[in-house]
Design a protein around this ligand. Structure first.
Ligand code: GLU
Length: 459
């Protein structure tokens, strides 16, 4: 059985790149009837892990990603890590290192002077003497002194690391007894039965160390997939400079979770030339072996395009529910279907859609100065005054259109000469959907009242 996991360190929010890693791991498990586990890597107790877990759960819920079993908190497993540190000590696979900070600094300075890579020199590896007084030892693993560490990465292919170049006897427990990241991650992945680890390639240099630990502990080494980073539009690593990195910010900006997930799955993964993937498609088609090697770019235009696509596909009921979140309540509106259909065609975000609708259905308070100046003049005022007269009762859009055409012909004016001033009168702006539909939505009395207000205001 495929068992994957998402193992964030608490930061207080779910990062958009983290969501991609989580999604890949989730999809691989779900595509194979496997398990997807969630672990909070909160060994640094200064951070609030409950808050962090809540933020992740909230984002998962919004995206409808579910995980199996209970959340595992590393902070509640210190005893377990201690047990395994002791086991390695007992088996002679790890040892206590009493090197003081001053000694370590001196060694580092010497190595730097010789232009060598700073590296612990294994001086306590075979130490049998009397430990120096007053120094709490760190615990180091006995790393292989030569040979290679090799593994086949599911994305990057065959990886080979020279032990002597990259490994020293690295620390698995600090002098205060707390275990290090590389140690806890191995213990947990092994004990949680994780078979496949999909994570950012910023962890690639940790992997040989983790393999050393798997081997020392006698655990089976899982399959690794190191996913290339997401870059911003300028080619540098995605950060707040490029836009929002908190997943829930995207909710606030009016993105639909399915659009965001569809967008993220394509950052690295592909299936032919397809761009649109429902969750069901993704679950069926996803395979980490199809993740590309190169870094991907966060393309805002593409995200907006996907969001517009998913907004267009919302049912009226779904759209009404989303609009409520943006403070627009048209649930009981007799023309809600027409409103939704008009606005969902042109909105890039739910926020944009809600704003447009609010501008139409709420009482008109302000006019856009530029639009007013451009379209309201003596002629257009006279035209609007006359146009009011054809709105004798509530019509549907097609009837309004027919009447308007007659009106235009009789007055020898073009549609645009009426439409823009009318938009200003109705919405205060010069951008809106078709005027015929807008008149149907508002009803003739309301449209006449809005025209009258503008006439009163004058030029
Ligand atoms: N906790 C690590 C991080 O947030 C991830 C560990 C892993 O995936 O192996 O970067």
């Amino acid at each position: 059985m495929i068992v994957t996991r998402f193992a964030p360190s608490p930061t207080g929010y779910l990062h958009i790149g983290g969501l991609r890693t989580a999604l890949f791991s989730y999809l691989y498990a779900r595509a194979n009837n496997g398990k997807f586990l969630l672990r909070i890597e909160d060994t640094d107790l200064k951070r609030n892990s409950v808050e962090a877990a809540k933020a992740i759960e909230e984002a998962f819920k919004w995206c409808s990603l579910d995980y199996d079993g209970e959340i595992v908190y590393q902070s509640s497993r210190f005893d377990l890590y201690k047990e395994y540190v002791q086991k390695l000590l007992d088996e002679g696979k790890a040892y206590k290192c009493y090197m003081s900070k001053a000694e370590l600094d001196a060694l580092r300075a010497e190595q730097e002077a010789r232009k060598e890579r700073p590296k612990y020199d294994n001086r306590y590896r075979d130490f049998t003497g009397t430990p120096p007084v007053g120094i709490e030892p760190v615990i180091r693993i006995k790393s292989p002194l030569d040979g290679t560490i090799e593994f086949s990465d599911g994305i990057k292919g065959d990886m080979k690391f020279e032990a002597k170049d990259i490994l020293d006897d690295f620390i698995i427990a600090r002098s205060d007894g707390t275990p290090t990241y590389n140690f806890t991650v191995v213990i947990d992945d092994a004990l949680m039965g994780v078979t496949d680890i999909i994570r950012g390639d910023d962890h690639l240099s940790n992997t040989p160390k983790q393999i050393v630990l798997y081997n020392a502990l006698g655990f089976k080494v899982p399959k690794f997939y190191h996913v290339a980073m997401i870059n911003g539009s300028d080619g540098s690593k995605l950060s707040k400079r490029h836009g929002a990195t908190d997943v829930m910010e995207y909710k606030k900006m009016g993105y639909l979770p399915q659009a965001l997930l569809n967008f993220l799955v394509r950052l690295g993964w592909s299936h032919g030339d397809d761009e649109i993937f429902s969750m069901d498609d993704m679950k069926k088609l996803f395979n980490p072996n199809n993740i590309g090697k190169s870094a991907s770019t966060f393309n805002q235009t593409k995200l907006d395009w996907l969001n517009a696509h998913y907004i267009k596909n919302l049912s009226t009921t779904e759209a009404c529910a989303h609009l409520l979140e943006f403070g627009v309540d048209i649930v009981q509106h007799p023309k809600k279907e027409l409103i939704v259909n008009q606005y969902k065609e042109r909105a890039k975000t739910l926020a944009e859609m809600a704003n447009g609708i609010a501008t139409l259905i709420n009482p008109l308070k302000i006019y856009d100065e530029k639009a007013y100046k451009k379209f309201i003049n003596e002629n257009s005022i006279a035209l609007l005054a006359k146009f009011q007269e054809i709105l004798t009762s509530n019509f549907v859009a097609s009837e309004i259109e027919a009447k308007t055409m007659e009106f235009l012909e009789a007055n020898e004016v073009k549609l645009k000469d009426l439409a823009q001033p009318l938009r200003v009168a109705i919405t205060g702006t010069s951008v809106s959907p078709s005027i015929f539909e807008m008149i149907e939505i508002l009803g003739s009395d309301e449209v006449k009242a809005r025209i009258s207000s503008l006439l009163q205001k004058g030029i």
